[in-house]
Design a protein. Structure first.
Length: 317
């Protein structure tokens, strides 16, 4: 029969093991499938150093002493380098780079390593209106060898490429942000649900920004392109030089040729850098070899529209 003392010792032992497991499970790592990616943000200057971790509530309250940040301003600075001071980029170029995994649903089988970057610039059209001009490229690599995949089950594999995009962001009266895809290879203009970019503070030094995306677009008489995506950004609104903003992207949908029934799962973790040379070497090697225009974002709205007009066979976007 267990004594009260032995029961107490057992409970303490279990709690100790659980605490260690939780700490290990949520310890951050910068390793991204041998990509040797190291967070850096060379253009950030004069930022304040980050504080110690603060307790987080799923329903955070703004304390009376906590600084109130303009979410729309923080978003433009974080996502596209707009504005002045720490977090802005006078060069007008911002990269979001990282990697993750393509999974089979619902077995969890790893189908491919997924890595790449988005490069963009922002245009401040008014105090309440920002336009994003960007392009993005992502490669699939073999989960065993790490080599770029050219086929899967005898079907060709190509990088995911969006050579030109134009996205608008508007400040909402309730403090949220609305977005619309104004130009893209996919016919997304006026095709997405009217959803909001929302944010809240987790303590005084971490703003959490969430973007939901739902796609349900006809692509043939009897076929539809369906997917859901969530983008989650984390940023210290003071933009300290040693703590670049980060992003996590989750998606479920078709990923040809790996999956055609809208069930493949992608998970991507990344961060911001402000210089092409800060991208991982193996990504730069591919860009230098075959995709040199991905060193810079689209020059202006005219370039985006001219490119897409050409790609769509002379049709208006």
């Amino acid at each position: 029969m267990c004594t009260k003392t032995s029961i107490a010792i057992l409970l303490l032992t279990l709690c100790g093991n659980i605490s260690v497991s939780c700490v290990e499970a949520f310890t951050p790592s910068t390793a991204l499938h041998d990509a040797h990616i190291k967070p850096t943000a060379q253009s950030y200057t004069n930022g304040e150093s980050s504080s110690a971790f603060t307790s987080f509530s799923w329903f955070p309250q703004q304390s009376s002493s906590q600084q109130i940040h303009d979410t729309f301003e923080v978003w433009g600075k974080m996502r596209l380098g707009l504005g002045t001071g720490p977090g802005s980029n006078s060069d007008g170029t911002v990269f979001w780079v990282g990697g993750g995994t393509l999974y089979e649903a619902y077995s969890g089988k790893e189908l491919a390593i997924f890595e790449g970057f988005d490069i963009g610039k922002g245009v401040q059209l008014s105090d309440d209106h920002i336009r994003q001009l960007s392009r993005k490229i992502f490669w699939f690599r073999d989960p065993t060898t790490g080599e770029i995949m050219t086929e899967y089950e005898r079907k060709p594999v190509k990088p995911i490429i969006y050579p030109s995009q134009m996205i608008d962001y508007h400040r909402g009266e309730d403090g949220s942000i609305t977005y619309s895809v104004e130009a893209s290879l996919r016919l997304l203009k006026n095709a997405l649900p009217k959803l909001k970019v929302t944010s809240h503070m987790a303590g005084p030094h971490q703003m959490m920004i969430n973007i939901p995306v739902f796609l349900d677009i006809p692509i043939a008489t009897d076929r539809r392109y369906q997917a859901w995506e969530f983008y989650d950004y984390n940023v210290d609104p003071t933009f300290p030089s040693d703590r670049p903003p980060t992003a996590v992207w989750c998606r479920q949908g078709s990923v040809p040729p790996f999956n055609m029934d809208s069930k493949a799962v992608l998970r991507f973790s990344g961060y911001r850098v402000d210089r092409y040379n800060d991208l991982p070497e193996r990504m730069r090697m591919e860009v230098d070899r075959a995709y040199p225009h991905f060193k810079k974002p689209p020059r202006d709205e005219k370039e985006v529209k001219e490119y897409l007009h050409k790609e769509k066979g002379g049709k208006d976007i």
